[in-house]
Design a protein around this ligand. Structure first.
Ligand code: ZN
Length: 465
């Protein structure tokens, strides 16, 4: 007698569609049976007419917990994830306090356990202020990645010099874990950030100029050269520009950067790098900043239509590895403070709940096919960060983390339906083609029809490396 069976399911995987009955025992997929094959189960879910995908795995999420819980916390942020079909979130370290030590990571883990609706991994912050030995202790405590910021980070954790960058990457490389790098250039930020402009149009222009594509590209070049020198595995956060993409591709393909003669790029000399792009950098151009102002203020900023087109092509062709939301909620009142002078609003958008509907709209608009959606939203993040094949897979043995989608029922994104405390999204009013109707975490229903179901039983997950 099996625990649960999902019948008449159309599975969507990275290698295409497949029809099967999914059998689940003790929270895991135990078998995929031919449609119509006999089985015995205590509970049955009829998935006729629905698509079944692995629950999405989001590699870039800010939950504001601890310390900034007026903006979001484990409960509210992961509720948005659950109804949006996301079953694993990797949580960034930029809270108060920042996650800089093993003790702080353990404390954060306890905050999440019993309150998170979905499984969660924790990311650690490294920078010049990191104590010797702390990176090893954080890795032992289960940190899934180590995050470096080249701009938009307070001292002493912002990585400013080449020496600091190399030292941080060498420390991370020694653990075998991935270093997440938010590229940028603080000197350009400083030159263009001014408050008190009291003029809407010029303050919005100034913000766009404060983080131009060239800053991303220069930061990326430094990061990639340092990554190869340090032998580090790196993951580039939030690719947003064609210029950044050109640097990433140019340096990745170069092979040896140390001046030694090389017969061409080989596996031994290739930089071990992956990258991500956000839904908003794929779908919204800088015109939204000019019209919507603070609601569309995000770091890095929205870019030109040409950048969006290049990023979409790179994602489709596998030159960008994954999509991640950079869910970064702020209260509506905090955003409203920048209505006239954009410098006064915090940067960041809620992204968890709208992620899957927006990806499905990209599929229906033929910007992506559904197999690529599964690859870039489920498999790639799980593989890169050491959670594969537990997460992001529909194969037997994987955790039974699933999202069921009704492909015939359109969904209009509305601020009023958002479960995040951010309570608003620049996608408000956008119609998407399909609706996530049921989310399961390790074989238990955690969300149905836009509402959270049952008690929070999300678990801390550490990488298998
Ligand atoms: Zn972020």
């Amino acid at each position: 007698m099996h625990d649960l069976a999902i019948t008449s399911a159309t599975l969507v995987t990275s290698s295409g569609r497949r029809h099967a009955t999914i059998v689940i025992d003790e929270g895991r997929i135990s078998a995929l049976l031919a449609p119509g094959a006999a089985f015995d189960a205590r509970e049955v879910i009829d998935a006729s007419g629905l698509l079944v995908l692995p629950g999405l795995v989001d590699a870039h999420v800010h939950l504001r917990d601890p310390g900034l819980t007026h903006k979001e916390d484990f409960a509210s942020g992961t509720a948005a994830a659950a109804v949006g079909g996301i079953t694993t979130v990797m949580v960034m370290p930029t809270d108060r306090p920042m996650t800089t030590t093993a003790a702080l990571l353990e404390a954060k883990r306890h905050l999440g356990e019993g309150r998170a609706q979905v499984d969660f991994a924790l990311q650690a912050l490294v920078g010049p202020g990191t104590e010797p030995g702390e990176v090893e202790r954080l890795a032992a405590a289960g940190a899934i990645s180590f995050e470096l910021f080249l701009a938009d980070m307070a001292s002493p954790m912002q990585v400013n010099t080449g020496a600091e960058l190399l030292a941080c990457l060498r420390a991370v490389a020694a653990t075998g874990r991935v270093a997440g790098i938010s590229a940028g250039d603080e000197s350009i930020v400083a030159a263009h950030t001014q408050t008190g402009m009291h003029e809407q149009a010029s303050s919005r222009e100034a913000f766009l100029r404060s983080r131009p594509a060239v800053a991303e590209a220069m930061g990326l070049a430094r990061a990639l050269i340092a990554a190869q020198a340090a032998g580090a595995r790196v993951h580039i956060r939030q690719m947003s520009s064609a210029q950044g993409l050109a640097v990433l591709e140019g340096l990745r393909g170069t092979g040896s950067l140390d001046g030694e003669p090389s017969a061409g790029p080989s596996d031994a000399t290739r930089i071990d790098v992956t990258s991500e792009v956000t839904p908003h950098n794929l779908l919204l151009d800088e015109g939204f900043v000019k019209v919507l102002g603070p609601v569309a203020k995000v770091l890095p900023p929205l870019r030109r239509a040409h950048d969006l087109a290049c990023l979409r092509t790179a994602l489709r062709e596998g030159r960008i590895d994954m999509v991640a939301t950079d869910h970064a909620p702020h209260l509506p009142a905090e955003k409203a403070a920048g209505e006239v002078d954009l410098a006064l609003a915090p940067g960041g958008l809620a992204g968890l709940q709208t992620w899957l509907p927006l990806m499905l709209s990209m599929v229906s608009d033929r910007l992506l096919d559904e197999s690529t959606l599964v690859r870039v939203c489920c498999e790639a993040p799980a593989r890169r960060f050491g959670l594969w094949p537990r997460k992001g897979s529909l194969e037997p043995g994987a955790d039974a983390d699933l999202v069921l989608i009704d492909p015939r029922r359109p969904l209009t994104i509305r601020n009023a339906d958002q479960l995040s405390r951010a309570a608003q999204t620049p996608f408000d009013g956008r119609q998407t083609p399909a609706t996530p109707v049921l989310t399961l975490l390790r074989g238990e229903v955690i969300a149905r029809e836009g509402k959270v179901v049952g008690s929070a039983h999300g678990r801390f997950v550490a990488p298998d490396v």
